[in-house]
Design a protein. Sequence first.
Length: 134
Amino acid sequence: MQNLSPMFSVNVPAIFLQDRMENFLICRRLAEYLREKKLMAKKAANFFEELSLTAIHFTFATNVNLIDINLLIAELPKILKLNYPEVENIRKVWIKMMPQVLNIYRVYDPNAWRKFVNLKYLTEMLVTFDDKKK
């Protein structure tokens, strides 16, 4: 979790965030694991988990590559269930980003029809729940 130290800065350098989605996802899962196994105090683990989620959210401001997007898609069901304010920000950014991701799959990977259909379904679900909250 030492990789999160630049997140304590007021202005997180973009170079720190670029191509680091996987690291932040790992940090979040590690904090969750340490909390569940009682290897770290709950308060400390929650702090690191929330800091990881903030880093994930900030990463959207960089050029996120398709590999990182696929990793995030795999973790998104776990992330969206969490009770942190940053989860709402991730969800909102993801809803805005989804059409671009769908277009990438549609245009650049004609064999990825299953991913396209699954992502389209996920997008519709997120938008539906967003509409119900309003």
